[in-house]
Design a protein around this ligand. Structure first.
Ligand code: GTP
Ligand code: SPV
Ligand code: MN
Length: 587
């Protein structure tokens, strides 16, 4: 355990507030976790799956009203409202603490308080940071033990330091009306009440590693981003790393683990996964930008994951995994979700816990935002750099989203500030990862709209500052769109493994080895420079998804202008200038 006074005082204070029957300090040992799994099975909180087919795997169902992040109940509680900015919900910290403590008071009665010490990033890495989460949920403990590095070594590393993030989670009654996910960036604190679902309660993830960390990054001169990190190894054995920001459920896990098309595999190309959701990036001693993945597991979208789309993700879920809100096959006590295969189980239970016949039902067996929590070490292509605390040097930053039209398959920004502009104007169709309408196009700058812990205008400014600091060592910035639709509403680009064809052009551009055409929005590849070998895809179709249509982009520029108005005087002049340049280029 720990003698850290700041920790002990806070735990004591919270204990008095929430009133647990017992306290259990999580030491990260297998024996302790196994005892917790057994206890959670005995109460029905989790279900032990077929241990021959899925060793160490469990199923959990959340409440039916609690299946995704709740953006309208997520708050940034900075002292000044202005510091939360126009894209966040804000509450006054004094009022928020009072309201939350009133909800939390006595809520652990009859329950155990679990104290989870965790490290975001390899323990002791100069890029890592420490948090402590208090929870009354064994499901949270077991997930945190997969998603982060948990246990005694975290206390040992923390020592007497006060540099750690407080996290209080109370399940309460899972009352959606009293559900709040609140962040106090100036206090390094998070309070989450009345939820038991993933991103709302695994406080190391979106709450700490993005909302709190983005604020710390601005203050301390580094970046916390909603980005996957992957390494692309060429036949000579050289590895180039890229980081990519796509909104929730827009393809980060899939890109991070992609299997190269056969032709590439034969030539010796390999892909290495460093991270699938979050990147912490800092300038290294050689002046380049280095990234670590602060997480230790994957909290991935289950539906659509299959042996063809993402075999590496599927392999990662074969042991030591917790499934949330998928269907349970009663014949062999395994799991199923839409898009796993074409054989939905007949004797099954759906994500709501109701009897379900997948062969006849017109309802979904798994929730569209059902998830797997899988240890990163299970992933067949996990990078040898994964556990190294130094991070990997980033050659390219890639933005992207779901756009049926307008945005081409890929383009490159003219320079860093133009790249910041490209990130700031990102738009994407909403997905089931958050509650609310699905399929509505919304602006989601850098895929950080729901995750930036401070004023987004200041965030853009911070990006511009980072570019100045990195100078000619800065990564090149690109934008991709795998989701262009044809007239019948089908995806035009095959996506998944074939996305490597686009990554190859990106890496070649970084090395000055590929050509491009300058357009009003930036550099677009010549169709001949995207390798279509072994793919049944015509060069004319490729040209059609590389095309920039002036009338569409003129409309886009109007939308950007409108969006930018939100930021008032906080919008950096550099981005105003970029918008003017775009408008001029389109004339
Ligand atoms: P979060 O965990 O919510 O941040 O999501 P993510 O960005 O990691 O998304 P993920 O890789 O889990 O993909 C979400 C959905 O997009 C899945 O249903 C995938 O099948 C689908 N998808 C991913 N990549 C592609 C692609 O290249 N093309 C198409 N058409 N669909 C894709
Ligand atoms: C996302 O929504 O971007 C996720 C899942 O990665 S959650 O942890 O719920 O935020
Ligand atoms: Mn995510």
């Amino acid at each position: 355990m720990t003698n850290n006074k700041s920790v002990l005082n806070w735990v004591e204070e919270m204990k008095t507030l929430v009133g647990p029957d017992k306290i259990l300090w999580i030491d990260g040992s297998e024996a302790q976790l196994e005892a917790l799994r057994a206890e959670a099975c005995s109460t029905g909180e989790i279900i032990k799956l077929n241990q021959e087919k899925l060793p160490g795997c469990y199923l959990h169902r959340t409440a039916v009203n609690d299946v995704a992040r709740v953006e309208d109940r997520t708050f940034i509680c900075s002292r000044k409202e202005e510091d939360a900015g126009p894209t966040n919900h804000w509450k006054d910290p004094q009022e928020a603490y009072k309201m939350l403590y009133d909800i939390a008071r006595g809520s652990y009665k009859g329950r155990t308080m679990y104290v989870i010490p965790y490290s975001m990033g390899p323990v002791g890495s100069p890029l890592a940071k420490i948090g402590v989460e208090l929870t009354d949920s064994i499901y949270v403990v077991l997930n945190m033990a997969i998603m982060t590095r948990v246990g005694q070594k975290v206390w040992d590393t923390l020592g007497d330091s006060t540099d750690w993030v407080k996290g209080l989670h109370c399940k309460c009654d899972i009352d959606a009306e009293k559900r709040y996910i609140c962040h106090f960036p100036e206090d390094n604190a998070i309070i989450s009440v009345n939820s038991g679902y993933g991103g709302n309660v695994l406080l190391g993830k979106k709450c700490f590693a993005l909302r709190i960390a983005s604020y710390l990054g601005k203050t301390e001169g580094w970046m916390a981003e909603h980005m996957l990190i992957l390494g692309i190894e060429n036949p000579k054995g050289e590895i180039k790393y890229v980081a990519a920001a796509f909104p929730s459920a827009c393809g980060k896990t899939n890109l991070a683990m992609l299997i190269p098309p056969e032709g590439y595999r034969k030539k010796g190309y390999k892909v290495w996964t460093v991270g699938d959701d979050i990147a912490w990036m800092r300038q290294g001693p050689d002046g380049r930008l280095y990234a670590i993945n602060p997480e230790n597991g994957f909290f991935g979208v289950a539906p659509g994951t299959n042996a063809k789309s993402n075999p590496n993700a599927l392999a990662s879920t074969k042991s030591g995994t917790i499934f949330t809100n998928v269907a349970q096959n009663l014949d062999d006590n395994t799991v199923w979700w839409e898009g796993l295969d074409k054989n939905p189980p007949k004797h099954a239970v759906n994500w709501k816990g109701e009897p379900w016949d997948g062969t006849t039902s017109d309802q979904k067996g798994a929730h569209p935002n059902s998830r797997f929590t899988a240890p990163a070490k299970n992933c067949p292509c996990v990078s040898p750099e994964f556990d190294k605390g130094t991070g990997v040097p980033i050659s390219a930053i890639i933005f992207g989203g779901r756009r049926a039209q307008t945005t081409p398959l890929v383009y490159q920004s003219r320079d860093w500030n133009n790249g910041v502009f490209v990130g700031s104007i990102m738009a994407s169709e909403t997905t089931a990862a958050a509650t609310g309408a699905v399929g509505v196009v919304r602006r989601d700058p850098m895929a950080m709209l729901p995750f930036c812990g401070y004023h987004m205008g200041d965030y853009f400014k911070h990006w511009i500052e980072m570019g100045k600091k990195l100078g000619d060592k800065a990564p090149k910035i690109f934008n991709v769109n795998w989701f262009r639709l044809d007239a019948e509403g089908h995806f035009i680009w095959p996506g998944f493994g074939d996305n490597l064809r686009v990554l190859e052009w990106i890496v070649n551009r970084c090395e000055g080895k590929a050509d491009a055409v300058e357009t009003p929005i930036g550099f677009v590849p010549k169709a001949e420079d995207i390798n279509l070998e072994g793919l049944d895809f015509s060069i004319d179709t490729l040209k059609s998804i590389l095309e920039i249509k002036n009338e569409q982009w003129t409309k886009e520029a109007e939308g950007i202008e409108e969006f930018y108005k939100k930021f008032g005087t906080k919008l950096p002049k550099e981005l105003h200038d970029q918008l003017d340049t775009l408008k001029n280029n389109l004339k």
